[in-house]
Design a protein around this ligand. Sequence first.
Ligand code: IPD
Ligand code: CA
Ligand code: CA
Length: 275
Amino acid sequence: MNNTNQTSEDFLHLVETTARQAAKTAGAIALKYLNESSPQEKGASNNMVTRADIEAQQAIADCIRGTFPEHSFLGEEGDKDAAVEAALKAEHLWVVDPIDGTNNYAQGIPFFCVSIAYLSHGVPRFGLVYDPSREELFCARKGGGAYLNDKAIRVSQASGIDGAIVATGFAYERGEYVRRTLRTIQALFDHKLRGIRRFGACAIDLCWTAAGRLDGYFELKLEPWDYAAGMLIVAEAGGRVSDAEGESLAIGAPAVVASAPGMHDALLKIIDEAQ
Ligand code: IPD
Ligand code: CA
Ligand code: CA
């Protein structure tokens, strides 16, 4: 290994250990307040924030800034070094969702996670998703495969919609996004889908797709922190990840389609037809 590779290997190792420590700390904060959360609505209706979201994000930011004080930070809960578009140009950027699945969390449903991604010039190089309720930690380095609790994972072998289990989500912003999602679900059932799931945490949906528990996942209106880590984990598990048009997913795109490669085109076609 030459010096450059060695340096980049060491750097990514530090990125990973920092992310792991931050995620474990945030997960512990979330578990501590579970069942005693007092959610407040923010922005679009149905979009909640709890004390745990704020404290968990603060803990993650402290941890990252402690190790990498010069890196940029983009967290869902207001702690943004720059607007999304500008942030994505940064050489070193951390994109963080302290609790993905806040509606579940605020309701006492133990289905939520911490999502942390490290990006360079808008491209995810490392992603980690930690589900503290199941003690499941998913992670991936670009080019290095995807792992669940340190065991390699792969997407499913699904080759079409017939018999597949697909997850989705409904945008906080009601209206056309939700109607289009419902039309897509109907069309999927017309193509003999085995089942649809709406678990309520995009990052877990992506990781469960990466692990082959789900054959695919789509959602039409997301934010960078929802999928920055999960998209890399799916890709490194051998899956396909794209926007709704089938183009490679750029951070900031609203729609995400992720699936086993054998069914991706069929899923895209149905989403397109349900417009
Ligand atoms: C939400 C979850 C949900 C998805 C929403 C997201 P939040 O994130 O990932 O599953 O349907 O679109 O905004 O608000 O719980 O962090
Ligand atoms: Ca989220
Ligand atoms: Ca969140």
